[in-house]
Every structure is written in C-alpha cells, then in structure tokens.
Design a protein around this ligand. Sequence first.
Ligand code: GDP
Length: 298
Amino acid sequence: KLSWIARLKQGLAKTSSSLTTLFVGAKIDDDLYDELEAALLTADAGVEATMHLLDNLKRKVKEEKLTEAEQVKAALKVLLLDLLKPLQKPFELGRYQPLVMMIAGVNGAGKTTTIGKLAKHMHAHNQSVVLAAGDTFRAAAREQLMVWGERNNITVIAQESGDPAAVAFDAVASAKARGTNVAMVDTAGRLPTQLHLMEELKKIKRVIGKGMDGAPQEVVLVIDGNTGQNALTQVKAFDDALQLTGLIITKLDGTAKGGVLAAIAKTRPIPVYFIGVGEQIEDLQAFNAQEFVDALLQ
Ligand code: GDP
C-alpha cells in the first residue's frame, strides 16, 4: 500500500499535472495567465481565489522581474502556501473535560468513516470517547453502531425513536458523570421527514449548550473533497447555521481536484483539522499546508 502522502499526490495528480505542464517552456505572457486561470478554475479553486492568485502572481512577476516560467511556478507555490496556511491549525485534545464535538455533514461525505477514524485517533492519545448516535433512524443502523462501539471500546448512546438533541444531551451528561474525555455527537446528513436539517442541527447545538456551558466547543463539518464548488456551498450553509470551528475534508486520495481548499481559504477560512486520504481507519491526517501545496504543484 502506498504511503498517505503518495496517495494524496496520486489523488491530486491530474490537477498537479495540468498546473505544472502549462509552465513547461512557456513564455510569460497573457496566454500563460489565461491557461493558469482556466486550470485553477477547473481545479475548483473558484473565482475569488483564482483572481486573488492571478493578481498577486502578476504583481510579483513585475516586482521581482521574473523572466523564467519556472520562477513563476515557484512564485505561485508561495502564493498558494500563503493562502492555505491560515487553514492549518492542529486539533488539540485535552483542552476541555469533556471536549464536546458536534459532527455534521451531508450523507455520503464520509462522516461515519471519519468518526471511526477520529475515535481511533483519540484512543491513540489516551482519550476515552462516548458517541451520541444522532443519525440512526433505522434500527439496523443503530444495532450495527452498537456492535461497532463494543468492538472499539466506545460507549454509544442512541435511543429508539429518539430525539437526536436528547441523545446528544445524554451523551454529554454521561461524559461529565463518568469523566469521559470526549463526547462526539454524530448528526443526521439528511432527514427522513420534511423537517429542515439546519433547524434540527441548530436545536441539537442549543440543547447541548443547556446541558453544559460553552459546549459544544467544536462544531466540525465533514465534506467530500470531490464535490468541488458544492463543497463550498455546504461550508457556507453549515457555517451560517452552526458557526463551524473546523472542517474535515475527505477523499483527497481519489480523484480530488484539491482547489476547493483555496476556495475555502479565500471565502470561509475555517481551520481544516484533518484530511481523509483513504477508507482505512488510519487514513486520517492532520492538514499541513506545505505538504498539500507540494502535492498540488509537484
Ligand atoms: P456518510 O454517509 O457521510 O456517513 O459516509 P460514509 O462514511 O459511509 O462514507 C461514504 C463512502 O466514502 C464510503 O464508501 C467510505 O469508505 C468512503 N470514504 C470515506 N472517507 C474516505 C476517504 O478519505 N477516502 C476514500 N477513498 N474514501 C472514503
């Protein structure tokens, strides 16, 4: 199996190759900038980040009197790094007792997989975990989760016909009573009813806060790195409703274009705590802007 960096590079290879090849033997002229603009937009960087990068790149080329395409490429790398650096923020455990973490994301984003990876990460750092299963409308799914919890030493709190806000409240109360280090609150990615998802999520957050002052301290959105501009739409909608504290971007090992991080950095610079680079439990990595830029512009 390839290392996670190799898989990230593989995932971003298409974007990387289209960004890199346009510099090969190129003259520094409007054609080059036009091609770069198209490549960035194709990579899901969005209009704002693309224009930001292009404007600054042109200025830099002029100021520093760059004459070689390779120098322009290097300058682009620096600008990308400057743009993405603010997204890099370590996810610190042990700051609160318990740390209450609400996890949101639309179905298919990789939320369930990510929760498993996170629990493993927390155990590796000697943190005990209780999980509030707020996304278990089907009995079978609930059963499955209970089995998973037992196998992995995680107390799972779920309720038949449960109100997810009540389940979350219970999990936080249990963590407080038993000294559990982390209470993770899973939430629905789609509702089986006509209820508005955002209203339900807001309610869960509110009810958690009634049970414990300042909680949840973390509200994290899981997004699929392959969904391009749609990912940005999700970030905006969930941030407006829940005031996100962090993001986890999954599936960057597949055929992701990667530019969406630039779009997020320019429009909603919310910290990216982790990136998902595979389906296995260990395939969750802290986001590092330099590593990411190196993979994006190889
Ligand atoms: P949920 O509906 O948001 O809970 O999504 P799941 O956790 O069930 O994930 C949906 C699919 O995406 C599953 O097939 C996962 O194995 C896959 N998946 C999740 N994260 C990653 C990742 O980082 N990389 C890859 N390649 N697949 C992932």
